[in-house]
Design a protein around this ligand. Structure first.
Ligand SMILES: Nc1nc2c(ncn2[C@@H]2O[C@H](COP(=O)(O)OP(=O)(O)OP(=O)(O)O)[C@@H](O)[C@H]2O)c(=O)[nH]1
Ligand SMILES: [Zn+2]
Length: 336
């Protein structure tokens, strides 16, 4: 099962406020922040963040970032503290005074204007990789790279196969069997019961190529999804920005975070060890490897110790092969 990778050192450490474990917080709450309320960021639009107070989808507040936070990155899923007018009444604006340390991160690739990888979703417990069984045909390169992003970012990946009326999932499921992923299969003429059950009380990010049936699924999971998207992304102006991530509330508790426009994840700074960390049986053994080992095995890494784990019978050859396929996919260009 997925374990949290050592993603924290990949963080924008220069700008984040870390409520450190035992260490003194870098920015103290001012006395007037004693009445701060906790909220989760559910939408973001040009310097304004929509936040759900106490994760209550019925209590949305628009906030700006307090000056003391500087340019601290704040994204959907971040846990924040708000002061000022937190009623959420029209035309009110709260101030965000603190951002909690993240438990997971999903990054998208840098684009030319930014030059570095940005976190798009924080604190999601899982990543639903939505993939159609046909029309468009499944792309394993895409799935593999999503898996790498999930394992390295500390999210549990779930393979969500759609359009089961058009194709048989057996082959694709077989390909990922050794990774022991959770898999859910659905089709648009049936209720997505299994998906719904996985999402209860958790924050789940959704990713998928255009046309795989992601909106069809979201519309079934989130009643009145269009209106909900407007409420969190319009930031009070009724405007729908379809290019940024939005967290949508689920009737039975929990949130799905849609990531429109995210076609690729930022894998450039992920190290082989970040991925190995998600594989309990190989994690400790990897410390026996030569320094800088890419864990690919021969011929690239002939002295990789992970082979020994398999020889000793602690792990199956298939599981190592699966891990190595992910390690190799990180550097491949196959991202269609
Ligand atoms: N046969 C079949 N078609 C489906 C299924 N789910 C969705 N579709 C169709 O696939 C097409 C794409 O579905 P969408 O839900 O819009 O896909 P999307 O992933 O949101 O695509 P974008 O909106 O482009 O991001 C639509 O014509 C749907 O009706 C399914 O389970 N079976
Ligand atoms: Zn190794």
């Amino acid at each position: 099962m997925a374990r949290r990778g050592d993603w924290s050192r990949l963080d924008e450490a220069d700008v984040r406020v870390r409520p450190g474990k035992g260490s003194r917080p870098r920015s103290k709450l001012r006395p007037d922040h004693a009445d701060a309320v906790s909220a989760m960021v559910v939408g973001k639009d040009r310097g304004r963040w929509t936040c759900a107070v106490d994760q209550d989808p019925g209590h949305l507040v628009v906030a700006m970032r307090a000056r003391e936070l500087g340019r601290t990155s704040v994204v959907v899923g971040d846990q924040v503290e708000l002061v000022g007018d937190t009623t959420g009444a029209p035309d009110t604006l709260a101030r965000m005074v603190r951002v909690a340390e993240r438990t997971s991160v999903l990054r998208r690739t840098s684009d030319d204007t930014e030059g570095y990888e940005r976190v798009v979703v924080a604190n999601a417990a899982q990543l639903l990789i939505v993939c159609a069984l046909a029309d468009p045909p499944p792309r394993t390169g895409f799935i593999d790279r999503c898996l790498v992003a999930a394992f390295a970012g500390g999210l549990e990946p779930v393979l969500c196969l759609t359009k089961a009326d058009l194709g048989d999932p057996a082959e694709l499921i077989g390909l990922y069997e050794e990774l022991e992923l959770r898999v859910v299969v659905n089709r648009f003429d049936e209720d997505p019961e299994a998906v719904r059950a996985l999402l209860v009380d958790r924050v789940s990010a959704l990713v998928g190529h255009s046309g795989v049936g992601k909106s069809t699924l979201v519309n079934k999971l989130v009643p009145d999804a269009e209106r909900a998207i407007g409420a969190v992304s319009g930031i009070g102006k009724g405007r729908h920005t379809s290019t940024s991530a939005v967290a949508l509330p689920l009737p039975s508790g929990g949130w799905v975070v849609d990531t429109p426009g995210v076609r690729a994840f930022g894998l450039a700074y992920i190290k082989p060890d970040d991925i190995v960390t998600a594989f309990p049986e190989f994690h400790a053994a990897a410390e026996e490897c030569p320094s800088g080992c890419g864990h690919l095995g021969a011929p690239e890494d002939p002295d990789c110790y992970l082979d020994t784990v398999v020889q000793e019978g602690t792990a199956t050859p298939g599981r190592l092969a699966s891990l190595r396929r992910l390690l190799a996919s990180k550097s491949s260009e196959d991202f269609g």
